[in-house]
Design a binder for this molecule. Sequence first.
Ligand SMILES: [Zn+2]
Length: 299
Amino acid sequence: MWTPAMKGERIYILDVLGGNGDRDSANDKDWIPHCFVKSTSKEFIGCTSMSEAFHRLDLARAVNDVRRFNFICKVVQILVEEKLPNLSATARKSLLGILTAICFRSSNEDVNVSTAKDLVKNFGNGLDNVNVCGSPQLVSRHHQTASSLLDLISEKNIRTAADADDESALTFFDLPREVIMLVLRRLPDHNSLLETAQVHEALQEMIDGEDKIWKSLCTFHFQEYQIKKQKTCEKSWRQAFFDLKKYHGCRELYADLIHICCHCKALFWKSLGHPCVRETTAPSVRVTPRQFVDMLIYL
Ligand SMILES: [Zn+2]
């Protein structure tokens, strides 16, 4: 599927499957999601758009893989919050496709509902920017899709930790407090903690009252020397966490993420690898979600 590079999409990608080959013409079963990236160079005869890169890296389907979900959500978050006016109408349509896949997964599996909701809301708000590409009719259609997705997510009757099918059944709160605390200390970031606190007043009380939870979060995200600089006797671990976050930013960890091959410049999922032109395994480096977005927009 060939799409010419459009406004704001100065990416030049060559797919080795027959030059600008069609991914759909390849045997889908054997297809390993990847695309080749190279800045302007005459030896590369093909170029494509952000939407094609999304397609070739199979982002919409990859949201169903729990290992890749967080990486894709972060990419979508950066795009909807910061880059919507930089996207062509085609790229925005692809983004909406990924967003739809995220919402269906969240709705069907009852997971990451608030993440999906935030992404759709920000997408809808971003469309109000006068600089977004496309005809008013197209923008209005994207608005309608966003509000349908929001309805889909909002209709979801979210079961909370305190719900049980019958009165005799155990709930999350029947666990010993120490066990609940251990679960809370496993949450990966402050957003997860603050969202969990909103679910039930007992959780709110634990998260507000137990400094140990915030200490765990500090030690997970920051180095010891960084913590020493910020944490004083007067300052709670909760406050220290937000101060540390302000100065250093949280660690970004992903179970799977996009890598770029140092030899052939292919972008690929680390867990899946790529068909490299070099026979022995070539070194590759990780690409963070922000680098990935910048690569697609500014390369
Ligand atoms: Zn390679």
